[in-house]
Design a protein around this ligand. Structure first.
Ligand code: ARG
Length: 249
């Protein structure tokens, strides 16, 4: 058994969780990304898989989740500037990003797909993007994948970068772009909600990606806690419940 003073010392050594606002887990997210994060038009409330996941994580930490809607291109700087405690925004864990932020254990597997208008049948795989205009959300893994097709596969495509994914999809709809490269589940929901409008092309050229919750590197205790709670949620069936709510039949 440890003596009292020894116990107290051990406690002090353990880093404390830092929160930008006491009582809240403040979450930065680019909330225009159904089904992960979007505004429910009927209720005016934020909704989606990430929203439910973060509400559950916050609850288990004895906190309330508070969402800060943030443009994607400023989302990591916002975390570094302590505008929120974490980012949960369908953010893919990448080596580059991991230089700036810590990532939780992966919570979702995704990959890029090509989405075109339904009547654009020339595009059957990545090679067919040669000579085409491809819309992406700037600074996303869809953007990086499009750039890689140009640089590494020599496919001559023109990349049109948009601040948000809805704008990239709108460009495809309007014919300002021939295709977009975006996360698969975001493409699936767009196709489902607009029957007959889009066509989705899957390709082996796109590798699996994993979403993570980003935490400031100066807040290791928060990262540890989030991983602990995430594990709990996965083990007790809560993760599956949230998953089925958004991705079940
Ligand atoms: N998974 C992709 C990435 O990390 C796209 C995420 C975009 N998220 C959003 N809420 N717009 O680059």
């Amino acid at each position: 058994l440890l003596g009292c003073t020894q116990q107290a010392e051990q406690k002090e050594e353990k880093a404390q969780i830092k929160l930008v606002e006491p009582g809240y887990l403040t979450v930065g997210s680019d909330i225009a990304y159904p089904p992960f994060e979007f505004t429910d038009e009927k209720t005016g409330e934020y909704a989606g898989f990430d929203i439910d996941l973060m509400k559950e994580i916050a609850k288990r930490m004895g906190l309330e989740a508070k969402f800060v809607n943030t443009a994607w291109d400023g989302i990591i700087p916002g975390l570094l500037a302590h505008k929120y405690d974490v980012i949960c925004s369908a953010m893919t864990i990448t080596e580059e990003r991991a230089k700036q932020v810590d990532f939780s254990d992966p919570y979702f597997e995704a990959k890029q797909v090509i989405i075109t208008r339904a009547d654009e049948t020339d595009i059957q795989d990545v090679e067919d993007l040669n000579g085409k205009v491809v819309a992406v959300q700037q600074g996303t893994t869809g953007d990086f994948a499009a750039q890689r097709l140009k640089d590494e596969k020599g496919i001559q495509l023109e990349i049109k970068r948009f601040e948000g994914t809805p704008e990239a999809l709108m460009a495809v709809q309007k014919g300002d772009a021939d295709a977009a490269i975006i996360d698969n589940f975001v493409a699936y929901i767009a196709a489902k909600e607009n029957p007959g409008l889009y066509r989705i092309v899957e390709s082996d050229e796109f590798a699996p990606e994993y979403y993570g919750i980003a935490v400031n590197k100066d807040n290791p205790a928060l990262l540890e806690k989030i991983n602990e709670v995430l594990k709990e949620i996965k083990e007790d069936g809560t993760y599956d419940k949230i998953y089925n709510k958004w991705f079940g039949e």
